[in-house]
Each structure stands twice: as C-alpha cells, then as structure tokens.
Design a protein around this ligand. Structure first.
Ligand SMILES: Nc1ncnc2c1ncn2[C@@H]1O[C@H](COP(=O)(O)OP(=O)(O)O)[C@@H](O)[C@H]1O
Ligand SMILES: [Mg+2]
Length: 305
C-alpha cells in the first residue's frame, strides 16, 4: 500500500485551517499504542540494511539497534546515510535488503502510516509545524478529538478535551510556553522544536526519531531541547537523534552509532569513547586514533545493553 510522505503536512495545514473556520469535521482515526517498559529486547533491531538510489548506494549492510529508555546518537559526515536510515525506519523509503525487528518481531514497515501504527514517531529537520495555528492545533494536527453527538451525526472538535491533554503532555515534559493557545509563529525556535517533539509523543510511541532537532537553535534553546530528549528517555522511550554536533550527542546520548559512506562504522557507549575516537570513525581515520588511545576499543559490534 502506498502512503504519503512527511512532505504532505503543508497542504494539511490549509485543510486544518479551513476545518477550524467552518467547524466542519471528518471522522478521524486515532491510533493509540501502549507504552511498554524497558526489557532486554531492542525496540528496534535492524540487520544488514541496504538502500540504493539509482547509482548511489546510500546504505550498505548497516546494523542498527535501539533499546527502550535509551538515546542513540546517529552520526556521520554529510551523505553518510543518516537521514536515509531514519527514513527507512519511518517508512518513507522501503529497504532493498536486510531485516527489521520491532520489539522482537520481524516486521516490514509499510509506509509512514505503517511506522506510526508500530509506534514509531518522527520529528523531521524542517519542523513541519503550522505557524498560523496554535499549540493545541499543532499537537493534534490530523488527529483532532471529536465530540460524538449521536451515531451517524458528524461531531464537532472537542477543544476543551484537546486543550486539557495538550497542557498535561507539555507539563509532563516540562515544556514551558506562554499558553497552549499561542500561535506557533510567535514562539522561539527552542519552544517550536519542543512543541514538535511533544507532538511526537502525543500518541504514546515506543520509538522517537529526531533528525537534527537542534540544527537551527542557539545554545540555550539547544539545551532546552536536549533536556526534553532526556525526559523522553526517562519516560522509557527509545530515542534516536541525528546530529552534526558531537557536543550535543555526547551530552544526551547513551550510545553513538557512526555511519560512514553508507556503512556501519561502529557503536560506542558515550562513557567508553572520546570525541576524537568518534571523529576518527566518522572520517575513517580510526587507525591513527587507535594508537593515540591504546587500550580503548574503537570499533565494536553493536552492544547488548
Ligand atoms: N531521495 C533520494 N534520492 C537520491 N539520492 C538520495 C536520496 N536521499 C539521499 N540520497 C543520497 O544518499 C546518500 C545519503 O544521503 P543522506 O541519507 O541524506 O545522508 P546524511 O543524512 O547522512 O547527510 C547521499 O549521497 C544522498 O545524496
Ligand atoms: Mg541528513
């Protein structure tokens, strides 16, 4: 089954605005997934993943896993395949080969809706929030709560219920914004990104994917978002963060997985590795780095945490 991609959000904003203006509604499917507690099986385990775009081998035989209650930083140079890997997990790109297990079960991720149904939530680099709508509307984009009036009768949007839940979710994540009725356009970059992250956990996912969530942010706002990511881990979620900024990755991640030229180049516990060693794996200068840090394993198989 073919599904639309994340790029379809923008027209949706227009539809949603019209929806709000006319207070006409459609039946909307709300997919709820139960949160599971941490266990020894990875939430996501990918083995031997390959993906080619024409002449470009974007991913070749990549292994990747992430556990509940863990933040994994996915790093690598430009073009290393980070976004492609995340898009394969998010159901945007079908994989060419390899296996995917979700909570120990072999799965095929059938499009973005298939990923969401499994409990995978993605925050893309370009935010994908609607500036002209308030925080509540953005948190519920496409999944509004509907008053059920009577069978067969089209209901109205339950603003009160939505507002209450929005406040509770933001409070649970310690996201501070002036009001849930503030328009996205008048929030700071850090607040917007926090709303985007909060939206990703509205429907109780098990795995949250964040592609460069701090790329456009200043120091203080970056801290705000990294703290929020740490709270997702505290809530037992499995989190994958792509970032160019190794400082950010070291400050928030438990493990760092490196891709280089589309291949798996190592997974490291943040406490067992230096910045230089990670840079070595990113650039392929690992042998020189290894001599500089004797006794510390540089490349290793993915860890079982
Ligand atoms: N949709 C696509 N069509 C063709 N080539 C792509 C597409 N997406 C990514 N690529 C190519 O795949 C490689 C990996 O890209 P990407 O996953 O975006 O890397 P990263 O996120 O690590 O910078 C690059 O050579 C890129 O040009
Ligand atoms: Mg990218």
């Amino acid at each position: 089954m073919q599904h639309g991609s994340g790029e379809q959000i923008a027209p949706h904003c227009i539809i949603l605005t019209l929806l709000y203006n006319s207070i006409s509604t459609t039946a909307l499917l709300i997919v709820e997934n139960d949160m599971t507690t941490a266990n020894a099986t990875p939430v996501l385990e990918m083995r031997g993943i390959s993906k080619r775009f024409g002449a470009v081998q974007a991913l070749q035989n990549v292994d990747f896993n992430v556990y509940a209650g863990e933040v994994v930083g996915l790093v690598g140079d430009n073009g290393a395949g980070k976004s492609t890997l995340v898009k394969c997990i998010a159901g945007i790109h079908p994989i060419d080969s390899g296996t995917i297990q979700f909570e120990g079960r072999p799965v095929t991720i059938n499009g973005p809706k298939g990923a969401v149904a499994l409990g995978i939530s993605t925050v893309y680099q370009d935010l994908a929030l609607c500036d002209n709508l308030d925080v509540v509307a953005n948190l519920y984009l496409g999944r509004e709560e509907i008053h059920k009036i009577a069978p067969g009768v089209v209901g109205t949007i339950d603003e009160v219920k939505m507002e209450k839940r929005a406040i509770s979710v933001l409070r649970g994540l310690s996201v501070s914004i002036p009001s849930v009725r503030t328009l996205i356009a008048s929030l700071s970059g850090g607040q917007r990104q926090s709303v985007a992250v909060a939206r990703s956990v509205m429907w109780k996912p098990k795995l949250v994917l964040l592609d460069e969530p701090t790329a456009a942010l200043g120091v203080a706002q970056t801290r705000q978002v990294l703290d929020l990511i740490a709270r997702l881990r505290e809530q037992g979620l499995a989190v994958v963060i792509i970032s160019h900024n190794l400082e950010d990755v070291f400050s928030v991640a438990d493990r760092i997985t490196v891709l280089r030229l589309g291949r798996f180049a190592g997974t490291f516990g943040v406490r067992d590795v230096t910045h230089e060693q990670v840079v070595g794996a990113i650039t392929g200068a690992e042998f020189g780095t290894l001599e500089s840090y004797p006794g510390q394993p540089l490349m290793e198989e993915p860890k079982t945490v």
